[in-house]
Design a protein around this ligand. Structure first.
Ligand code: DQQ
Length: 577
């Protein structure tokens, strides 16, 4: 609802201002939690807010970070997230809550979990949902206790007949897991419980992120009743020199099908995925491997790289991600937090910070060596005004405008056909870091095969644009495909972080089609290369290419011609809280 009464706005900002003072005086402890509607009713969509999104999840204002406890219950999707009800910077963290029937349109509810017990009085940090037998959801989450120790708590829905699960109750036994001298857990490195899974011995297992010195650890606990948890002697997994493991995720994937699996599924047709978010670098990585249930350890496949130079869900901005099993459609869905690339000062000025990526379905690639991700199919409901790009040749050195779509809010998919791969540049053996390679060979650096791709959020005359493009290299008998997202020209504002991102995409351009899909939404560009084999998300803040002044182009700055076909759709605005 858009309220435009300046008086009401003044009143609420005054009231919030006062609350901030009280808060500082009380050591960031947040009491007397106002309702969500009280907190957000002062919002009115200003014309002068070019960076707010049309279909990416965000609350009307303030700071958001990690996705928490996603689940489906009685046909309704629940999404919780780390939220600061008072400010556009991190702090006073509660679990905000929204629900949806389609993962696209969202209705806000009051905060679900907020400081109210000693075991979480200094903050309610990240956690996950587990669906207990009989379909009952419970949350395990990290609380910050009066000594600022990180402990694990349990909350459950007060009323299971409410499909919106609006009220959550904390059990008096909290915390269920806490650091101590005996268990040698570091009280400031013990957080973010995963969804629990049930072993064949009828015991529940959960992992919690931790570290010992610079060794990242997935601390394992077991329980018969979900209340009494016993720490296992060894972690489920650990890796040296990776630092603190935040938001671990551990789940099975099917070897033969794209269907998702319940988190407790084990068996011969199943591999496991292990993901962590590295506090040291603010990047994530995952490996694919085997869960040895007898030893209760996870073993990454041979050749796995245990650092953020290994496999990543997303090679741009994407952090603290979490999956859940959608039992209604048999798929596993990934949520991820997309931070800003603007300065804190700008975030405070605009009054908000942080987005969620469009939820992605994910599955194991046919090769068994990586995951594939694709935006949930429901997002296609927002498509309107599809513009077909008839098969045409994009000559070397040319730019072609895609007309007829709202370029600031669009879904574009283009396939590139290369008839002659002979002109591919030879890959230097030292070019092993795709991000570095993309920043050295940005969109304006001519090559043989490439750069070709899209110029998105581009101003007329190309003073501003974000380029998402491919380059193809020759490496002995094979070809290497590089996908880049180059933000260096994305905004005339010099203060933004404009890091160039890059990823190698495991496709063979000789035998497979080479496609690129980008979801463009005012200040975010999510790109999917190789039909979801490599994803790159960027945040950009154009000053000219905003709303109706944004344009979309296909380009080819290589010497060789490239055939293109595809389509672009305007996307309608979703109901985002
Ligand atoms: N964010 C939460 C922590 C988590 C971190 C606090 C990751 O639980 O480790 O807001 O972004």
């Amino acid at each position: 609802m858009a309220i435009s009464s300046p008086l009401l706005y003044c009143f609420l900002s005054l009231w919030l201002g006062l609350a901030v003072h009280q808060l500082e005086a009380s050591h960031q402890v947040y009491r007397n939690l106002p309702t969500y509607s009280q907190l957000t009713s002062s919002h009115h969509h200003l014309v002068n807010e070019p960076y707010r999104t049309g279909y990416h999840f965000q609350p009307p204002k303030n700071w958001i970070n990690d996705p928490n406890g996603p689940l489906i219950y009685k046909g309704i999707y629940h999404f919780f997230y780390q939220y600061n009800p008072l400010d556009a910077v991190w702090g006073n963290i509660v679990w905000a809550h929204s629900t949806s029937t389609d993962l696209v349109n969202w209705t806000p509810h009051d905060a679900a979990i907020y400081p109210s017990q000693p075991s979480d009085i200094n903050g309610c940090w990240s956690g996950s949902a587990t669906i207990l037998p009989g379909g009952k959801p419970v949350m395990l989450y990290t609380g910050i206790d009066p000594q600022n120790r990180q402990v694990q708590n349990l909350a459950y829905p007060k009323n299971l007949s409410d499909p919106f699960l609006r009220e959550w109750t904390k059990i008096p036994q909290n915390p269920l897991m806490a650091p101590s001298q005996a268990n040698q857990i570091n009280a400031s490195s013990f957080r973010d419980p995963t969804t629990a899974w049930l072993g064949p011995d009828k015991k529940w297992r959960v992992i919690i992120g931790g570290k010992t010195n610079q060794t990242g650890e997935a601390i394992l606990y077991r329980s018969k009743d979900f209340l009494n948890w016993v720490k296992a002697k060894q972690p489920l997994h650990s890796a040296e020199k990776t630092g603190m493991w935040e938001c671990p995720d551990f789940f099975p994937v099917s070897i033969h099908s794209q269907n998702g699996l319940d988190t407790s599924k084990i068996g011969p047709n199943v591999k496991h995925v292990f993901k962590v978010s590295l506090d040291n670098t603010r990047r994530e990585y995952y490996t694919i491997g085997t869960y040895n249930i007898d030893k209760d350890i996870y073993i990454p496949d041979k050749g796995s790289v245990e650092s953020d130079s290994g496999l990543r869900y997303d090679y741009g901005k994407f952090y603290a991600s979490k999956t859940f099993f959608d039992s209604s459609k048999n798929r596993r869905i990934l949520w991820g937090w997309i931070n800003e690339s603007s300065t804190v000062e700008d975030d405070i000025k605009k009054g908000w910070s942080g987005l969620q990526a469009i939820p992605r379905t994910l599955w194991l690639d046919k090769s068994g060596k990586q995951l594939v991700q694709w935006p949930v199919v429901e997002i296609e409901k927002l498509r309107e005004k599809e513009v077909k790009l008839p098969s045409s040749v994009l000559k070397g050195g040319s730019v072609h405008e895609v007309l007829g779509v709202t370029a600031a809010q669009a879904d574009v998919e283009i396939t590139f056909g290369i008839s002659d791969l002979k002109k591919a540049e030879v890959l230097d053996p030292s070019w092993t870091n795709p991000q570095l390679l993309c920043s050295q060979k940005g969109a304006s650096v001519k090559g043989g095969l490439g750069p070709f791709g899209l110029l998105v959020l581009a101003s007329k005359g190309l003073k501003e644009y974000t380029s998402v493009f491919y380059r193809i290299f020759k490496d002995h008998n094979k070809h290497v495909v590089l996908l880049c997202s180059d933000q260096s020209r994305s905004s005339l504002n010099k203060d933004n972080d404009k890091t160039t991102y890059g990823a190698f995409v495991n496709v063979d351009p000789l035998h497979e089609k080479l496609s690129l899909r980008s979801l463009i939404d005012h200040s975010i560009v999510e790109s999917f290369g190789g039909e979801g084999k490599a994803c790159i998300t960027a945040r950009v803040y154009p000053t000219l290419a905003i709303n109706g002044d944004a344009h979309l182009y296909a380009f080819n700055y290589g010497t060789e011609d490239v055939k293109i076909t595809g389509s672009a759709c305007s996307l309608k605005t979703a109901k985002i809280n």
